[in-house]
Write a protein that binds this ligand. Structure first.
Ligand SMILES: Nc1ncnc2c1ncn2[C@@H]1O[C@H](COP(=O)(O)OP(=O)(O)OP(=O)(O)O)[C@@H](O)[C@H]1O
Ligand SMILES: [Mg+2]
Length: 387
C-alpha cells in the first residue's frame, strides 16, 4: 500500500499538448460543471458527488455517498456521468477504474455469501485498461485501489422485502460495510513479473476506494408518507400553486421525501444501521420538475428529440419542435411520477413514430433551404397523443 504522500504526488504523465493540472487544482466547482453536462436538475446531489471526487482524487479518504431517488430521476445517469468524467478529464487517468454494478451481483443467493471477488473482477477489467500492455502487479494494485465503485439498486438488498426478512440483504450489507471500512482482500490475478505473465495474489486494501450506492427505495416513499399523514404525526404536506403550459393555475400538494426523511426511516426500510453509518452523506435526488424534464427532452445527452433529429437527418429532413409542444410533452411525462424522465421517450416516440415511417404522412412538412425539408412537431400533434 503506497503512503498517502506517494499517492497525491503521483500526477499522471502528460500526453496531450495542454499541461496537466494538479489534482488539487481541479476543484469541486470544476468537477460539478463537467457532471452537469450530463445530469440535469440534480445540482444538490452533484455538489456532494463533486466533493467526494475531489477528496478521492487528492488522496483523502473519500466520503461514501448513498443516493436515493424515485425511478427515472437520474441515479444511474449520475453513475454513468462519474464514469464519463473520469474518462474525459485527462488528469484523472489513474482513477479510471470506475465500476458500476448491480447490488444483486455481489451475492451468491444459493450459498448465502457475499462475493467481493465479483466486484474485484469488474474493477480489474477496468484497471487493466489503464495499467497498459504488460502491467506489473504494482500497476494493477494501484489502479484497483483507486477505484470508484458505484453499486446500483442497493435498495433491492434491504433486510426486509415485502414485509418478509431478506437474509441475503443482510449478508450483502454486512459484506459491503466491511469493504467500505477498509479491508485487505487477497485477490489472485495475472500480471507481468520479470518479463513473464504470472499468477500473483494481490493484497488489495479497499480503504481508499470510493463507494457510491444508489436505489429508488420505492417503499420508502409510501412508508414515510404514511408516517407523515398519520393523525398526530405533527407533520404537514406542502401545497403549491403552479401554472400549466396551457396557462391554467392549479393548486398541487406535493410530498417531498427530503422534507421528512429521518435515519430511522431507513432502518425501518431494512437498511442495517452499521451499513448506513459508512455513508458520509445520504443524498436525495429530486423528482424532476416540468422545466427540467423539458430540458432533458430537448438537450440532454440521451435526449429523445436529438436522437430523432439525427434519424431524420439521414433522410435530409430537419426536425423541429414547437416550444409549446415540448412543454406539453414534459407536462405529460411529469404526470407519471413513478417513471420520471423515463416517461419522456415513450410519449415522444409515439408522436414521431408515424413520421419516421412516412415523413409525408403529417401536414407539417415544409420545403427548407438547399432542397431539404423541415418537419415540425406541433402542440396539436402532442395533444392528439396525450389525450
Ligand atoms: N437528472 C437527469 N438528467 C439527465 N437525464 C436524466 C436525468 N434523470 C433521468 N434522465 C434520463 O432518464 C432516463 C432514466 O434515468 P436513470 O436511468 O438515471 O434513472 P434512475 O434514477 O436510475 O431510475 P431507476 O430507479 O428506475 O433505475 C435516462 O435515459 C436518462 O437519460
Ligand atoms: Mg437506475
Amino acid at each position: 500500500m503506497p503512503a498517502l504522500e506517494e499517492m497525491t504526488l503521483d500526477t499522471p504523465s502528460p500526453k496531450s499538448a495542454a499541461p496537466l493540472r494538479a489534482f488539487e487544482d481541479i476543484k469541486p466547482p470544476i468537477i460539478f460543471d463537467e457532471l452537469q453536462n450530463g445530469v440535469l436538475g440534480q445540482n444538490k446531489a452533484l455538489r456532494f458527488v463533486s466533493v467526494a471526487i475531489y477528496k478521492h482524487t487528492t488522496g483523502k479518504v473519500p466520503g461514501n455517498l448513498l443516493m436515493i431517488g424515485n425511478s427515472g430521476t437520474g441515479k444511474t445517469t449520475v453513475m454513468n456521468n462519474i464514469q464519463r468524467l473520469y474518462n474525459e478529464v485527462p488528469e484523472y487517468e489513474p482513477f479510471r477504474a470506475v465500476t458500476i454494478i448491480n447490488a444483486n451481483l455481489l451475492v451468491d443467493i444459493d450459498r448465502m455469501e457475499f462475493r467481493p471477488d465479483r466486484l474485484l473482477q469488474a474493477v480489474e477489467q477496468r484497471a487493466r485498461a489503464i495499467a497498459g500492455h504488460h502491467p506489473s502487479p504494482e500497476d494493477l494494485k494501484r489502479a484497483i485501489e483507486r477505484a470508484t465503485i458505484c453499486i446500483d439498486e442497493i435498495d433491492k438488498m434491504a433486510a426486509v422485502v415485502a414485509g418478509k426478512p431478506n437474509a441475503i440483504g443482510v449478508v450483502l450489507q454486512q459484506g459491503l460495510l466491511t469493504l467500505m471500512e477498509g479491508e485487505r482482500v487477497a485477490y489472485p490475478l495475472h500480471a507481468w513479473v520479470d518479463g513473464e505473465e504470472k499468477q500473483v495474489t494481490l493484497d488489495i486494501n479497499t480503504g481508499r476506494m470510493m463507494f457510491i450506492c444508489g436505489g429508488a427505495f420505492e417503499g420508502l416513499y409510501d412508508q414515510v408518507y404514511n408516517r407523515v399523514l398519520k393523525p398526530g404525526s405533527g407533520e404537514k404536506l406542502k401545497t403549491q400553486t403552479i401554472r400549466t403550459a396551457e396557462g391554467k393555475v392549479k393548486m398541487v400538494t406535493t410530498f417531498n421525501l427530503g422534507d421528512f426523511l429521518k435515519p430511522k426511516d431507513l432502518f425501518d426500510f431494512g437498511m442495517v444501521p452499521q451499513f448506513m453509518a459508512r455513508f458520509e452523506n445520504t443524498v436525495l435526488l429530486n423528482d424532476l420538475p416540468i422545466k427540467v424534464l423539458r430540458e432533458i427532452l430537448l438537450k440532454s445527452q440521451e435526449s429523445p428529440y436529438l436522437r430523432s433529429k439525427r434519424f431524420f437527418e439521414v433522410m435530409n429532413i430537419e426536425l423541429e419542435i414547437e416550444e409549446l409542444a415540448a412543454s406539453l410533452i414534459a407536462e405529460a411525462a411529469a404526470k407519471d411520477s413513478r417513471t420520471g424522465a423515463r416517461a419522456l421517450r415513450p410519449i415522444f416516440t409515439e408522436i414521431v413514430n408515424p413520421f419516421e415511417f412516412d415523413p409525408d404522412s403529417g401536414d407539417t412538412m415544409q420545403s427548407a433551404e438547399g432542397g431539404s425539408q423541415k418537419l415540425t412537431v406541433t402542440a396539436d400533434m402532442v395533444r392528439r397523443v396525450i389525450r
